[in-house]
Design a protein around this ligand. Structure first.
Ligand SMILES: [Fe+2]
Length: 444
């Protein structure tokens, strides 16, 4: 029986297995370009089931409708070969099938089962963790990795990548000290490991350690940035630190030079670009004509209804450009999705729609209305996926809406939440001062 470098069973020949290891290794560090490598394997060995099934999984977890045809093509080829697939490969095929049908939970469980059955299956752990991330399941982001860790040892290839995945899960569950230690150890094992560096950045973001976070990302960037498909996201984290440090020009320079460098060819890049500009715009900073590129990127995706998290970020841009027709189109997309089936129906109904309506109300200057839409979402925003740092845009918008609405009690409550987590945050202190001024005016 053929196996991969960690002893996981494969139905292909040994030459293809070795090449799969190399392709997956790139995916583990988000280096370019695992898809090109898989295409080369498929060109040589069209019957390599895992190449098709893994390709489908990697494309699916980009959560971008623009890649849907590619996902369907890989899935069809994998399914046509299913009779010769082994049980592990059939799990991958089932996962991709579930994702393509809009059932992200079932897809994630299939990869999760693949990892339970083959604990050294690092790709299954990674795909399942990404699934849990899109589902906003913080505990599973951590525990899918924890499930397999006892079956690993430090000398197994890719141990550091597993450690980096665990670090991110620990961070999302608030176990910051262990997360930082694991993330730093993983970066020490492979400086290209942008996911592990990202976990450390998340710890610093959650703890309000903006100066340290800036320094850490800047210092480690020569390792994780070159030839990376994920660097834009770490640059986004660096931009968030810059905003918190009051370096708005620095944050905008990162948008211009790094975050937008890929032309927003991936939806996840557009998510980060939108989220950064929204934060700045909400604070009253001039972001110039930077919305334009993003409006083009989202304009091509507006009818998708693939993932409410993306739709809400599109709404940020169309509020920023004051494009009311496009705002209506995003709401219509979310309404259609909410009335449909699958994971995204729940996400759209429970979080996407009220949040998008709240952003639109904010843009229209209806700050009390914005609060009314967004406040009930504050506690359940995890249901539409993303990280705590990404969903922080909800709290961020609530703070500004409450201040602009002149609602002193609400503003103080929203700001208190932030200061409890990030005591020294200059941005939060800015809101606190403005909330306090509302109080003095009311008393005068
Ligand atoms: Fe992140």
């Amino acid at each position: 029986m053929t196996t991969d470098i960690r002893g996981n069973p494969l139905s292909c020949n040994a030459a293809s297995a070795a090449k799969l290891d190399a392709a997956f290794s790139k995916f583990h560090t988000y280096q370019i370009d695992p898809i090109a490598d898989l295409d080369a394997i498929i060109a040589e060995a069209p019957d390599c089931v895992m190449a098709h099934a893994a390709r489908a999984g990697i494309i699916a977890t980009a959560a971008d409708k623009a890649f849907d045809a590619e996902l369907q093509a890989s899935l069809s080829k994998a399914e046509a070969l299913a009779r010769r697939a082994n049980p592990r490969e059939r799990r991958y095929i089932a996962a991709a099938r579930s994702w393509a049908e809009g059932d992200l939970s079932a897809a994630t469980e299939h990869w999760g089962l693949a990892a339970i059955e083959n604990p050294a299956d690092l790709l299954a752990v990674q795909l399942a963790q990404i699934g849990d991330f899109f589902l906003g399941q913080s505990q599973m982001v951590r525990d899918r990795v924890a499930r397999v860790m006892p079956r690993w040892s430090r000398d197994m290839p890719g141990y550091g990548y597993l450690l980096g995945m665990h670090a991110f899960g620990l961070e999302e569950c608030g176990d910051f000290a262990r997360a930082e230690a694991a993330g730093r150890e993983a970066v020490g094992l492979d400086r290209r490991d942008g996911w592990a560096a990202h976990a450390v950045a998340h710890v610093m973001e959650m703890q309000g350690r903006a100066a340290e976070g800036s320094e850490f990302l800047w210092d480690t960037a020569p390792g994780w940035a070159p030839d990376s498909l994920f660097a834009y996201h770490n640059w986004w984290h660096l931009a968030l630190f810059r905003v918190e440090q009051g370096d708005i020009a620095g944050a905008l320079a990162l948008f211009d030079e790094r975050i937008s460098a890929g032309g927003f060819g991936q939806a996840l890049e557009a998510v980060d670009g939108s989220a950064l500009l929204w934060r700045l715009w909400v604070l009253g900073h001039d972001v110039g004509d930077r919305w334009t590129k993003l409006a083009e990127a989202w304009g091509a995706r507006i009818e998708d209804g693939l993932y409410a998290f993306n739709d809400v970020h599109a709404m940020m841009v169309f509020v920023g450009t004051d494009d009311v027709a496009a705002q209506r189109a995003v709401l219509a997309t979310l309404e259609r999705a909410a009335a449909g089936q699958g994971t995204n129906a729940m996400m759209s109904r429970e979080v996407g729609l009220p949040l998008a309506r709240g952003l639109a109300a904010f843009g229209a200057g209806d700050y009390a209305g914005s609060l009314g839409h967004i406040l009930p979402v504050r506690g359940i925003a995890n249901r539409f996926g993303g990280s705590h740092a990404q969903r922080d845009v909800v709290s961020w918008t609530l703070c500004e809406a409450a201040v602009r609405a002149g609602d002193r009690a609400m503003a103080e409550a929203m700001v208190a939440e932030r200061l409890a987590a990030k005591e020294g945050s200059p941005v939060a202190q800015g809101w606190a001062a403005r909330a306090g001024a509302l109080g003095r005016r009311a008393a005068a």
